[in-house]
Write a protein that binds this ligand. Sequence first.
Ligand SMILES: [Zn+2]
Length: 218
Amino acid sequence: MDGKNIVESRLDPARAAYDAIVPAGEPWIHEIRKGQVFRIVDVEGNQAADTLFYNTHDYEDRYSAQDTIRAQANIYLTTGTKLISSKGNVLLTIVADTCGRHDTLGGACAMESNMVRYAIEKRHMHACRQSFLKAVIGWGEGFEKRDITHNINFFMNVPVTLEGKLTFEDGVSGPGKYVEMRAEMDVLAVISNCPQLNNPCNAYNPTPIRTLIWNPVG
Ligand SMILES: [Zn+2]
């Protein structure tokens, strides 16, 4: 990682139209309208914010990791990345980033993967897929398990080795680091503030994140 991706925002949190804290391990769901700017803050550092995006007007049109990676010919997400949907639309563009790199290869933790990766008795531990389900089922609109597809892991460090191996490492993020994106269309954002206790994506210690939304300027 080099410094050129680090771009600070000029937006003032005091002027945000929306400002909330998402407690450790909790889900969050909210619509972001075209032109609004959405920021996620890693309040205490080393937290993973697993995130899904949907086109508000067509929920089958949703964030696609594959299309996003191909469009920018890079596996890491940072300033300038256009988040592409499964139907080829640009959902949002990352416009500021003080962390510098975000993962979209590692997927979200699930009860099943917790058992495979760690131990059978981890089955009952809370995982991102449960948080996603809780959020979208609460939202209504006919969402179900099969609607939980590709996700972004904001603030999560999953470097890929020269041999193509995925490695889950301690976070590159830190207290107060943030990522900010402009909605290019009306989107529904769903976050699982990762409750994982078994891998270093959040330093084994889930902490709060903060979400802010600004209305378009001018
Ligand atoms: Zn997780």
